[in-house]
Design a protein around this ligand. Sequence first.
Ligand code: HEM
Length: 484
Amino acid sequence: MIEMATGLWVALVFGVVPLAGCLFWNWNDIRYALPHYHRSSEGGGMLPPGYMGIPFLGEMLAFIWYFKIVRRPNDYITSKLRRYGSDGGLYRTHLFGSPSIIVCPPSAIKFVLQSDSNFLPEWPAPELVGVNALVSVEGDSHARVRNFVLRCINKPDALRRIALMVQPRVTASLKSWAQKGRILVHKEAKKVTFGNIGKFFAGFESDPVLDTLDELFKGLMNGIRSQPINFPGTAYHHAFECRNKAMAIFRQEMEKRRENASDARDDLMEGLMQMKDEQGKHLSDVEILDNIVSLVLAGYASTSLAIMWTLYYLGKYPDVVEKLQEEHVPISKRLNGESITYDDVSTCKYSSKVVEEVLRMANISAFIFRTARKDVEYKGYKIPKGWKVLCWIRYTHENPEIFEDPTDFNPERWNKPAKPGTFLVFGGGSRICPGNMLARLQVSIIIHHLVVGYRWKLVNPDAGMAYLPYPKPVDDVEIDITKI
Ligand code: HEM
C-alpha cells in the first residue's frame, strides 16, 4: 500500500506536474504555432522564431516586466535577439491578447507599412475613434479623406495660418508658467496644446468650452485604452458618453455656422465643411465630426508629449539652448514683438535638427500595429492571416547600428539625413502621420519663444522614466522657469 502511494507521488512529481507545467508554459505555441509548423512543410514559409507564452496572457508578463517594472523596454527585444539571433529580426509572440509577429528591421517595417493589400491598420477601438475617420477608413475613402485633412493641416498655406493662430496662446502660456515659477511641463503642455487644437480645429476660444472638451477627451482616451466592456460604470461605457457629448458640441458649432454664414472661421472644421472632392462631393456631417474627434485624439496627446520632451532635453543640454539662441535671437529682434511665421521657422536649420532629435529620442509611438489580411510570406518567414504585426519602431531609433550612440541627444547627427526608412517616428507608407508638419511646427514655435524669452531648470534631472502608456519622466518634467 505504502509502495503504491509512493509510486503515485513519484509519478505525480516527476511525470504529471512537469508535463502540466510544460503544457502550461508552451500553451500558446502549441495552440497557435504548432499548426503552422505542419503547414510550413507545404510551402509558404516558416513562422519566425520566438515564444508565445502562457494561456490568455501570452508574453504580457515579460512585456510588463521590461516596460513597467525594470523600465528597460529595449531589453525586451535584445533578450529575443540574444535567444533567437538577429538574422531575420522577426519574432513570434502573443501580446495584447493576440498571436503576433514583432518586426524590427527597417526594411521589414517598410514592407509591412507599404503593403496595404497584405496588412490592415489597427487603431484601437474604431467605434470610439470614429468609424468614418481617416484612421479607420480604407482604400478610396481613405485617400479622399486623407487628401482633405492633408490640405487642412499639412500644407504650407495651412501651416502659415496655423502658425499665427497658435502663438497668442503659446506666449500667454509661457508668461503664466514664469509667473507660477515651478510647473509640471506635461500638465501645462497638455493645456496649451488642447487650447490650440480647439482653436484651429473648431474655432473654440472660450475656456469653459475648452475645459469641458478637455474633460470629455480625457474620458474618451481612457476608454480607448480600457477593456471593451460597454456596461454602465466601465471606462469604455464612459468613453462612449464622452464621445457623444463631444460630438454634440462640435455638431452644434457646425450647425451654427450653417445657419449664419458670418460665423464661418478659418479653421479645420470650416475647411472640412467646404471641401469638395474631384466629383464636387462634400464630406457628410458624420465624416466631418468623426474626423475632428479622431484628429484631436491623434494630435493632442502626441504633440503635448513632444513639447514636454523638448523642455526636458533642452533642460539637460544648455549648450544646445545656446546654439538655438544664436539662431533665434536675431529673428526675434527683427520681429520686434510680432509672431514668428511659418517661413521664419523653415529657415531655422539648427532648430529643425533639434526637433528631429527630440522626436527620435522621445519615441512617442513605440510601435505601429497592423493585422495580416491573409497569410503573407516575407524572406522565407510566414506571417499568418489574422495575426497582429507589431512594427517595433523604437528599436530602430535606439539601434546603434542605425543611429550612432543612440542614447546621446545629438542634434548634429541630423547634419546628414537618416538612412532611408530608419526615421519612423511618424510611420510610413499610405498612413504616414498627416499631422507630422503640424507637430513639428508647434514644437518649433515653442522653442523660439522659450529660448529668446525664458530660462528654465529641471527640478529632478535624474527622474526615472515610465514607458506605459507612453514614455515620460515620472515627475512629468517639473521645472523652475523665469523670464530672462
Ligand atoms: C509628435 C507628434 C506625433 C507623432 C509621434 C505621431 C505619430 C503617428 C504615427 C506613428 C502614425 C502612423 C500610424 C499607423 O501607421 O498606423 C500616425 C498617424 C496619424 N496621425 Fe500622427 N503623430 C503625431 C502628431 C499628430 C498630429 C498633430 C495629428 C493631427 C492633428 C496626427 C494625426 C494622425 C492621423 C489622423 C493619423 C492616421 C493617418 C492615416 O491613417 O492615414 N498626428 N501618427
